[in-house]
Write a protein of this length. Structure first.
Length: 360
């Protein structure tokens, strides 16, 4: 097997590149050869291809050693830290791909990683297209000790539900958050802007609002078009959803309510407070083009959010949504406001939004 390392940035060429392949017991390192005067490095490695190959590179320049993912391979494993991987199609598992540091046209929106889950059958069915679910807080969606509060294991859950015939094969896109998370996800809320000024007299409510507007444009105008270009998606609203928890739940509802020509499915976990009241008063849809999963726990912070979650359910029902049809609202008894609680609900909202009716 031949490994090739090349960085497209012509202004930077490492002095030395080492391939690091992880096995069960140790890490095998191989120094790559440089191809003449180019910036391409390569090595032939004897490797058993009957199993997945996890690897990364160590580059040396100016006395510094830097760990690098393979710039020519987007497929990753959420380890601590991330590693590149070569998987077998016959494994019957989905894969994760990484688009690193995707920039925005707005100076208010920081560049960030985008992680894409592809279903197990994706590589074997080159003509087939798939529905897409866009999720906020992308770094928390997968199975890794690198996740600060524990991962949701959405890739593993999706693999299992697809294999069991409980959901259709889907693509899941995780959009990482940034240090401006609250303004990006909730800056559209008058309550959030007023609360920000109350907490910090120097806060600029117009800038906060613009941050939210620009983040909405980033999701719809940058992330989604790129995903539709790079992957075999079903780009129509009928096949496109958005989701998140906590602040991400507010954003999922905001995006869905305002952009029904782009999204038709929403998963909103553990949202509430006056943010939901702002959504109800300013953005509640007048049609019934959406399928909405809504829930809340009853412990710690979720206990404070619960009343507003009920108000959101009631407002949706009043506009014509029907529980059990195009709306599912769950009170999750004993659940708090944390990643483990949300991870436990992944099967529930995936089956509601993307479930295969029994008998099909």
């Amino acid at each position: 097997m031949t490994f090739i390392f090349w960085l497209p940035d012509e202004g930077y060429t490492p002095k030395r590149v080492t391939l690091c392949v992880r096995t069960d017991k140790h890490i095998k390192k191989t120094v790559l050869k440089k191809a003449g005067k180019s910036s391409v490095f390569w090595a032939k490695v004897k490797k058993n291809t009957n199993s997945r190959i996890d690897y990364w590179y160590e580059t040396e320049a100016d006395g510094q050693t830097t760990r690098e993912l393979d710039p020519l391979n987007r497929v990753i494993v959420y380890a601590n830290p991330l590693v590149s991987t070569i998987k077998r199609v016959s494994d019957g598992l989905g894969s994760l791909e990484l688009i690193p540091l995707l920039p925005s046209e707005s100076p208010l929106i920081y560049r960030r990683d985008i992680t894409i889950y592809l279903p197990p059958e994706y590589a074997a069915n080159p003509e087939k297209r798939y529905p897409v679910l866009y999720m906020q807080d992308g770094q928390q969606l997968w199975d890794s000790s690198a996740c600060a509060y524990g991962g949701w294991k959405m890739d593993k859950v999706a693999n299992e539900l697809i294999a069991a015939g409980e959901i259709e094969p889907i693509i899941i896109v995780g959009i990482n958050n940034s240090s401006r998370r609250d303004d990006e996800l909730m800056g559209w809320s008058a309550y959030h802007r007023a609360d920000s000024v109350k907490s910090n007299a120097k806060a600029d409510p117009e800038r906060i609002l613009q941050t939210a507007v620009d983040f909405e444009s980033y999701v719809i105008g940058t992330v989604k078009p790129l995903i539709d270009c790079m992957y075999r998606t079903k780009p129509e609203a009928e096949f496109t959803g958005t989701g998140g928890s906590s602040s991400g739940a507010m954003e999922a509802l905001y995006l869905g309510f305002r952009n029904s020509s782009t999204f038709s499915k929403i998963a909103a976990l553990s949202g509430g407070e006056a943010y939901y009241d702002d959504l109800i008063s300013e953005y509640l849809p007048t049609d019934r083009s959406l399928k909405i999963y809504l829930d809340c726990g009853d412990q710690n912070l979720d206990a404070q959010l619960l009343t507003a979650s009920v108000r959101m359910r009631d407002a949706l029902v009043a506009t014509g949504y029907t529980e059990g049809a195009d709306l599912q609202w769950n009170l999750v008894e004993g659940a708090g406001h944390n990643e483990a609680a949300w991870a436990a609900r992944v099967p529930e909202f995936l089956k509601f939004l993307h479930g295969i009716p029994k008998g099909n």
